[in-house]
Design a protein around this ligand. Structure first.
Ligand SMILES: [Zn+2]
Length: 499
């Protein structure tokens, strides 16, 4: 078959009987019809039909339009057009083309070959060339779909959106002018595809459902070709309409685009990542990856970016930032006012609360300004996991004994939850240094040996931490009727005195 037909005829593609295993390109010398310059361009020597199942089919863009080698560009006069057109420029258009090309510039400094020049750059020149060649709406609709595909590839998502809006308008125009149900089916697939990629899933599905009622028919094709195109379109429509998440074409395409952005982000510097974090065009999973990278840097330079993320309008970004913030350790101290602000929000979810408390605990003594807020949480919280984490944070901060110790004793009086008791004892041991009130309770807790980690071990640690101040009461406890307590107390006294 004539290879140039590939570019312009979808029919030639789908019904093609050639099914070779690999795409093969070869190099050919071609003379530019505008300036007579000789160029070397790639031509297709073979391909297989599997190319019609690549993900770009969901944008109704097919190989080879997705391949940078398909768009030729003369190295002298910049004549740029698809491979099949390069040597078919009508002679009566040459003067007009010379004229428009005289104002065109293509940067070629860092490119050895024509296909290394950005596709978007070349397509913008090709657009000017085709405007001289009286192309119909079918051509332009396809042109803008291809342009949108390559704009995505070059991460120009806003421009890609504009190109898809153009393709959609053209599809609607074609449908309005053509009432043949055969053509309508294909154009509805295209308009639905564009809407899908413009995030208008509802109307996309409406177009697809309408298309499914129709049968493809083009009077220029034989019956067999018409049948195989119709089958292809129906399969594509069913794939679009499938409710199964994994076969959602937008999701599949999204995954590919996200992977590309992610790959690029691996090579970026911290300021570049911070910049990407604030761009609308960065995909959410990429932003999340960036946040994790920034936190793992453990560098104060990233604090303003994290501050931005903590207050982001997207809940997922906020949650992820708070979730990983504990990894920043004491450096997160600069974010305490932000964390308190979030803690004060009404209807704060358990997970966010939990991770803020974890971070405050990791910050340690510097998180003292947050103590009153943590105390309020402990008083009002019913979830044992959150309550435990709040107690743990109090222990790690280890300040304000006059506020904290009475609260801890109160909790130990009523709570039966092992974790809650454990972290309350731990906190008592660390805050209790400046208050005598903690010591009797810690000694009493030496009897609590069930559960793991053992509360008695935690109490012993606390008493050792308090040190000499606890010795008078510990000596009294040497008379306890509980042998286990007597033994533990003797050991603690020995350790304190040896320090
Ligand atoms: Zn030329």
């Amino acid at each position: 078959m004539k290879v140039y037909r590939l570019i312009f005829s979808f029919i030639a593609i789908v019904t093609c009987s050639v099914n070779l295993s690999a795409i093969m390109w070869s190099l050919e010398k071609m003379k530019c019809l505008v300036c007579k310059q000789e160029n070397h361009f790639n031509v297709i020597s073979s391909y297989g039909s599997y190319i019609y199942h690549r993900p770009s089919k969901f944008q109704y863009v097919f190989w080879p339009l997705t391949d940078p080698r398909v768009l030729y560009s003369c190295k002298k006069c910049n004549l740029t057009c698809y491979m099949g057109d390069f040597q078919r420029i009508p002679s009566n258009k040459i003067d007009a083309l010379k004229n428009i090309l005289s104002n065109v510039e293509i940067p070629r400094e860092n490119t050895q070959r024509y296909h290394q020049i950005s596709m978007v750059t070349r397509l913008n020149v090709a657009k000017k060339v085709y405007e001289q060649l009286n192309k119909d709406d079918f051509f332009w609709c396809k042109f803008y779909r291809g342009l949108a595909y390559h704009l995505d590839e070059e991460e120009k998502y806003e421009q890609a959106k504009k190109a898809r809006i153009k393709a959609l308008q053209l599809a609607k125009k074609i449908m309005a002018a053509n009432d043949s149900p055969g053509i309508q089916k294909k154009m509805l697939v295209i308009s639905g595809a564009m809407r899908y990629f413009l995030d208008d899933e509802k109307n996309a599905k409406r177009d697809f459902s309408k298309a499914l009622q129709l049968t493809f028919q083009d009077s220029k094709e034989n019956e067999e070709n018409n049948k195989s195109i119709d089958r292809y379109l129906t399969n594509l429509l069913n794939e679009y309409l499938a409710n199964d998440e994994s076969s959602n074409p937008l999701k599949k395409q999204g995954v590919i685009l996200v992977e590309k952005q992610l790959k690029k982000s691996y090579r970026k510097t911290t300021p570049e990542l911070i910049d990407d974090l604030q761009k609308d065009t960065t995909f959410l999973p990429v932003k999340i990856h960036i946040i994790r990278c920034l936190i793992s840097e453990e560098n104060v330079d990233v604090i303003p970016a994290l501050q931005y993320a903590i207050h982001h309008h997207n809940q997922k970004i906020r949650t992820v930032t708070i979730r990983y913030l504990a990894g920043l350790g004491t450096k997160a101290a600069l974010l305490i006012p932000d964390l308190i602000h979030v803690l004060n929000k009404p209807k704060l979810d358990q997970k966010t609360k939990y991770f803020i408390l974890k971070t405050l605990g990791r910050i340690g003594t510097k998180a003292e300004p947050a103590i009153d807020y943590i105390v309020t949480i402990i008083r009002n919280e019913n979830n044992p996991e959150t309550k435990s984490e709040a107690l743990r944070a109090l222990g790690r901060i280890g300040k304000k004994p006059k506020t904290v110790v009475p609260l801890l004793l109160e909790i130990l009086d009523y709570s039966t939850d092992h974790e809650v008791r454990l972290f309350a004892i731990e906190a008592l041991g660390s805050v209790g240094k400046d208050t005598q009130a903690a010591i009797p309770y810690l000694i009493k807790s030496l009897a609590e040996v069930n559960g793991y980690p053992r509360i008695s071990d935690c109490a012993a640690e606390g008493l050792k931490n308090i040190g000499e101040q606890s010795i008078p009461l510990l000596r009294q406890a040497l008379n306890s009727h509980d042998r286990n307590i007597r033994e533990q107390v003797a050991e603690i006294i020995r350790k304190i005195e040896n320090e």
